[in-house]
Design a protein around this ligand. Structure first.
Ligand code: NAP
Length: 409
C-alpha cells in the first residue's frame, strides 16, 4: 500500500458512510471513494419504518449529512453505480455501467437484500422495505390505504404495523412462527410483543401463512390464509428477513460462514479487505466467537472501527453490539448477544412495560434486553465488556446501583 492509499468503500449505507467520515476524522490523507447503488446519498434507514412512514419528517431530514459536506471533506461519492464484480488479482472493481475502479484498501459494506416470498406476485401494492425509494413508495401507499397487511412479524413487520396503527389504519399481521420476533428476542419477549400489538389493535395471526393471492388489475385485492380465512387488504408489506449481499466477497474468494463473510477481530477478511455490517461474521474478542448482527447501529460503529484500523494499525473491534426498536410508546434496547445463555434475570416489572432482562452464561452477562429502561442497558455495557460476574440478586433489584457497579468493575 502506497503512502496515500485509495480506500474504496462499496455500499453507501450507514456503515460505508462511517468508514469515509471516520477516515477523514483520523487525518487520513489518501483518496476515499464511497460507491452506492442507490441514487441518494447515505440516509438514516431506521426512519423508514417509523418517522418517515408516518410523515413526521421530510425526506431531506433522513439524510445523514448535507450533500456538499462530502465534497468539502474530499470524499468522492459515486451514487447510482452498482459494482458487479471484484477482481482480487489486480485489485479492481467492475461497475455495471462499465469502467473499473482500483483499490488499495477495500471495505465491503454491501448490506442485505430483502427476501421475497417465492409465490407472492410482483404487483403494484406488494412491497418490501429496504431503500429510501421503498420507504417513499410505502409511505404513499399506506397513506391511501384502509387496511394494511404485513407478512412476517419481525422488526420490519412489527415496526410498520405499529406506525400504520398510529396512522389510524387497520392492520393485519401474519406470521408463520407461533409468536412475533421470536427468533431475535426469544419466547417470553415474543409473547410480550404479541400482547403489545394486539392491545393496540393489530390483528396478529400467528402460525399461519398466505396460501393464495387474489389479484386483479395489477393489484392483490385479497389473500387466503393457510387456516382457510379470506382477507381483503389494500396493500401488503413483505418483511420476512433479508439475505446478506456476499457476491463480491465470493468473487474475492473470501471465507463465508454464519450467513456472511468471516472476518477477524479487526473486521478484516483478507489483507487490505474489510467487511462491516450485515455481511460481517465478526470474530468478536469479548464473546470469542463469530457474531453477525443485522442492525444499523452495528454497521455504523463497525465503520468507525474500520476507519481507525485503516488510518492506523488494524486493531480488534471490541464494541458490544447494540440496537433499538421503537413500536408505539415502547422503546426496546438490546445490548450484546444471547445466543449462548443458561439463565435469565428480570429487573423491573414486565406488566408495567418497564423492565430489563439479563441473559447470563456461567454468571457472565451475555446480553441485556431493556423495555423502556435504557439506563439499565447503558450501565451494563462495561459489565459485559469486562465479563464481570455480578450477584444475580443485585441485577434483579431495580433499586440497585448498576452505574456505581459498572464504574467499580
Ligand atoms: P427479521 O427481523 O429477520 O424478521 C423476519 C420475520 O419473518 C421473522 O419473524 C420470520 O420468522 C418471519 N418469516 C420468515 N419467513 C416467513 C414466511 N414465509 N411467512 C411469514 N413469516 C415469515 O427481518 P425483517 O423484519 O424483514 O427485517 C429486515 C432486516 O432489517 C433485519 O435484518 C432486521 O434486523 C433489520 N431491521 C432492524 C430494525 C431495528 O433494529 N429496529 C428495524 C427494521 C429492520 P422466523 O424467524 O420464524 O423465520
Amino acid at each position: 500500500v502506497t503512502a496515500k492509499p485509495t480506500v474504496v468503500v462499496v455500499g453507501a449505507g450507514a456503515g460505508g458512510d462511517a468508514v469515509a467520515w471516520g477516515l477523514r476524522k483520523q487525518g487520513f490523507q489518501g483518496s476515499i471513494l464511497l460507491i452506492g447503488a442507490e441514487s441518494e446519498r447515505p440516509y438514516n434507514r431506521p426512519y423508514l419504518s417509523k418517522q418517515l412512514l408516518r410523515q413526521e419528517i421530510t425526506t431531506e431530514k433522513t439524510f445523514l449529512r448535507p450533500a456538499q459536506e462530502y465534497e468539502r471533506r474530499n470524499i468522492q461519492l459515486l451514487l447510482n453505480r452498482r459494482v458487479v464484480r471484484a477482481h482480487g488479482s489486480d485489485r479492481q472493481l467492475e461497475l455495471q455501467s462499465g469502467g473499473r475502479i482500483p483499490w488499495d484498501v477495500l471495505v465491503l459494506a454491501t448490506g442485505s437484500e430483502p427476501r421475497w416470498l417465492p409465490d407472492a406476485p410482483r404487483r403494484a401494492n406488494v412491497f418490501t422495505l429496504r431503500s429510501l425509494h421503498d420507504g417513499l413508495a410505502l409511505q404513499t401507499a399506506v397513506a391511501g390505504a384502509g387496511r394494511v397487511m404485513v407478512v412476517g412479524a419481525g422488526f420490519i413487520g412489527m415496526e410498520v404495523a405499529a406506525s400504520a396503527r398510529q396512522l389510524g389504519k387497520e392492520v393485519l399481521a401474519v406470521e408463520v412462527a407461533p409468536i412475533p420476533m421470536g427468533r431475535a428476542l426469544g419466547e417470553e419477549m415474543g409473547q410480550i410483543y404479541a400482547r403489545l400489538h394486539r392491545s393496540r389493535g393489530v390483528d396478529l395471526r400467528t402460525g399461519v401463512s398466505v396460501s393464495r393471492w387474489i389479484e386483479s388489475d395489477d393489484r392483490v385485492r385479497a389473500v387466503e390464509l393457510s387456516d382457510g380465512t379470506r382477507e381483503e387488504v389494500d396493500l401488503i408489506l413483505i418483511g420476512i428477513g433479508v439475505s446478506p449481499r456476499v457476491a463480491l466477497a465470493e468473487d474475492l474468494g473470501l471465507s463465508l460462514g454464519e450467513g456472511g463473510v468471516r472476518v477477524d477481530e479487526a473486521l478484516r477478511a483478507a489483507p487490505d479487505v474489510f467487511c462491516i455490517g450485515d455481511i460481517a461474521a465478526h470474530q468478536h474478542p469479548v464473546y470469542g466467537r463469530p457474531l453477525r448482527v443485522e442492525h444499523w447501529q452495528v454497521a455504523q460503529r463497525q465503520g468507525t472501527g474500520v476507519a481507525t484500523s485503516v488510518a492506523g494499525q488494524p486493531e480488534p473491534y471490541r464494541e458490544i453490539p447494540w440496537f433499538w426498536s421503537d413500536q408505539y410508546d415502547v422503546n426496546l434496547q438490546y445490548l450484546g448477544n444471547s445466543r449462548d445463555f443458561d439463565e435469565t434475570i428480570t429487573r423491573g416489572n414486565t406488566e408495567a412495560e418497564k423492565f430489563s432482562i439479563f441473559y447470563r452464561k456461567d454468571g457472565v452477562i451475555q446480553a441485556v434486553l431493556s423495555i423502556n429502561d435504557a439506563r439499565t442497558g447503558r450501565f451494563s455495557r462495561d459489565l459485559i465488556s469486562r465479563r464481570t460476574v455480578v450477584d444475580g440478586r443485585i441485577l434483579a433489584d431495580p433499586d440497585s446501583d448498576l452505574k456505581g457497579l459498572a464504574a467499580s468493575a
